[in-house]
Design a protein around this ligand. Structure first.
Ligand code: GAL
Length: 635
């Protein structure tokens, strides 16, 4: 695994570049990502390119022995471009156009902007595509950041109508599929269909789902246009894109199929603060991040390309964008980097080289302070480079557990949560976490992945069952666990004939006759198996496997497949996964709070995310906070 950093030569006087490059090498870095926001410097005026500074920056980095990931700058269209085509900006759900003055102020559906992106990508690829220092490309930067996947512009409306007509062929088919007779929502032509925003109360969920599918497809085709150009002019370089954490607004499996390497931007402390974690967890993991945040995304994004992935932005210190921005415990930057290595990352690159003294992110730490002195992380990165060197290359080994992750499932749960705490990402994360706490390695895979190599398959929920999925699962002989709401919707967001779980009834003969959602704190604290948040009534001839008092059962098993008829609490999940591991003959380890394991083909990595020392193994070895052990197989 290589180490690297994100560098912005255009932010610094040119006479600093050579020394920066020398210091990067001295710190143990080999990869540097540049260019993602540099459009206004590459093309200061329409059609007038200034390559001179970028030529010199690339030569300087190359001369120091650094490899370069070069980016297309399309996340930051310059002012002159926006002024030339003001309707290229996205429009938010309240109908307001997004303004110039930060970034990502474009609509994925604007045909004129797409042409400009192809032009700048081609210009860059032609100039640097065969440069010996340029080893890879990044398209754009973080598709969807700052809530920018959905746009309600005229361009998006036009694109949506075209998309609908290709999908349904006739408007009658659309009316029937969506159930538009309800509230007289029938259309006479595709031209009458608008985006689903600005309606008086909620729009038809089928309308929303198709809008989300359309918007996701727009991201996919926007990305593919750049990938095709980069491949044409730069055929030997890898093409990547950097995904975000806890983000489901477009289908990353679809975008990933067009990439050589999936990358993601890992900010464990920012994510802990910004997402659903309890106050207790936020305090316990304040300076470490919850132990599964990074690992969850490593395993998710490894499954989003052909298996090749890396971290292109790793938090090195306090960030600027969460509600509170604590500093990591000494040791955490190293631990996060080694966790990435243990999951098969090809590189970990820190964001950013030097903290900027100006503009929006001046409070965001880098490896250097704004005065160019080493920041806290610098020494840790030097040590990390040495540890990586000593360990040698690590190969991944086949994980025993597959967790099926579906972006469409996230959209369905978001469009119609039915209870405000039914959050898809949180459900998937809890299932992942439950398996990882038992010391299991996990692959997070798309619903169309080949599952034959796994010993346990977890499906936290899959409301719409894709064609062929039931048959694929029926052919497996390993234990499979389905979560609530699986099979509860058709492809056009309706209740299936014969009720939920629809097509899954072939695997588990049950019928969900009623569902209810519950506010927090309603669960009986004495009953460990009582599902919080969501419960389902089941009609079936099967005997329940778990039946908390006063219920007709929460888990039903048929053959090797189980269905859990509610949001499983942590204790129930643990029990179920333990049972499945036993059936599959996989050894598990009940890990102490904060400790996690990950195995490569040759080593076991043990990480302590807790703020307290933890004991591990038969000898009760003490692992200090933010420290790790690496044990060679057989040792
Ligand atoms: C990422 C983004 C970077 C920078 C960073 C700060 O979301 O890609 O450009 O803004 O966050 O943490």
């Amino acid at each position: 695994m290589k180490l690297g950093c994100c560098y912005f030569p255009e932010h610094w006087p040119e006479d600093m570049w050579a020394d920066d490059a020398r210091r990067m090498r001295e710190m143990g870095l080999r990869l540097v990502r540049i260019g993602e926001f540099a459009w206004s410097r590459i093309e200061p005026e329409p059609g007038r390119y200034d390559w001179s500074w970028l030529d010199r920056a690339i030569e300087t980095l190359h001369a120091a022995g650094l490899e370069i990931m070069l980016c297309t700058p399309t996340a930051t269209p310059p002012k002159w471009l926006v002024d030339r085509m003001p309707d290229m900006v996205a429009v938010d759900a309240d109908g307001r156009p997004r303004g110039f003055g930060s970034r990502r102020h474009y609509c994925f559906s604007h045909i004129g902007y797409r042409a400009e992106c192809r032009r700048i990508a081609a210009a860059l690829a032609k100039r640097y595509g065969k440069h010996p220092a340029v080893v890879s490309w990044q398209t754009d930067n973080e598709y969807g950041c700052h809530d920018t996947v959905l746009s309600f512009s005229q361009s998006a409306a036009t694109g949506f109508r075209r998309w609908l007509s290709a999908r349904y062929e006739t408007v009658d088919a659309l009316n029937t599929a969506w159930g538009n007779v309800f509230w007289s929502m029938e259309y006479r032509s595709f031209d009458e269909v608008d985006p689903p925003n600005l309606t008086v109360t909620e729009a038809n969920p089928a309308h929303w789902l198709d809008y989300r599918r359309f918007a996701s497809d727009e991201v996919v085709s926007f990305n593919r246009e750049q990938v095709d150009i980069l491949r044409e002019h730069s055929p030997r370089q890898d093409v990547s894109h950097n995904f975000m954490g806890f983000f489901t607004e477009f289908d990353h499996h679809d975008v990933g199929r067009d990439l050589d390497v999936a990358t993601w931007d890992s900010y464990p402390l920012g994510f802990l603060e910004q997402f659903w974690f309890s106050d207790k967890e936020k305090q316990a993991y304040l300076r470490q991040g919850h132990p599964d945040i990074a690992a969850f995304h490593h395993d998710l994004y490894r499954g989003c390309s052909s298996g090749r992935w890396g971290i292109i932005e790793q938090q090195p210190g306090p960030v600027n964008w969460a509600r509170f921005n604590p500093a990591p415990l000494p040791g955490m930057v190293k631990l996060w980097t080694l966790e990435a290595m243990a999951h098969g990352a090809e590189f970990t690159s820190y964001f950013r080289w030097r903290q900027a003294p100006f503009a929006q992110e001046q409070m965001h730490a880098g490896l250097l302070r704004p005065d160019s002195a080493d920041a806290e992380a610098a020494d840790e990165v030097r040590e990390t480079a040495q540890v990586i060197e000593e360990l040698g290359p690590q190969k991944t080994r086949q994980a025993p557990v597959a967790l099926v992750f579906s972006y469409e499932a996230a959209w369905v749960c978001g469009i119609q949560p039915q209870g405000q705490s039914f959050r898809y990402l949180e459900l998937a994360y809890e299932w992942y976490s439950a398996a990882r706490k038992l010391g299991l390695d996990i692959d997070i895979v798309s619903p169309d992945a080949d599952l034959t190599a796994y010993q346990i398959v977890l499906v936290p929920t899959l409301p719409i069952i894709p064609d062929g999925f039931t048959e694929k699962l029926a052919a497996l002989t390993c234990p499979v666990l389905f979560g609530p709401r699986s099979g509860s919707k058709t492809d056009s967001f309706c209740i299936p004939d014969g009720l939920a779980p629809g097509k899954l009834r072939d695997l588990v003969p049950i019928t969900v006759t009623r569902v209810e959602s519950l506010r927090d704190g309603v669960t009986d604290p004495e009953n460990k198996f009582d599902p919080p948040r969501w419960r389902e009534d089941i009609a079936t001839g099967l005997e329940p496997e778990f039946a908390p008092e006063d219920t007709a059962g929460v888990v039903f098993k048929h053959g090797t497949t189980r269905y859990v008829a509610g949001w499983p609490g942590r204790e129930l999940l643990r029990r179920l996964i333990e049972r499945m591991a036993d059936e599959a003959d996989i050894a598990i380890t009940n890990l102490p709070e904060g400790l996690r394991i990950r195995r490569t083909a040759t080593h076991t990595f043990v990480f302590n995310y807790s703020a307290n020392p933890c004991l591990f193994g038969p000898e009760d070895e003490v692992i200090s906070p933010a420290q790790f052990l690496v044990i060679a197989d057989g040792a």
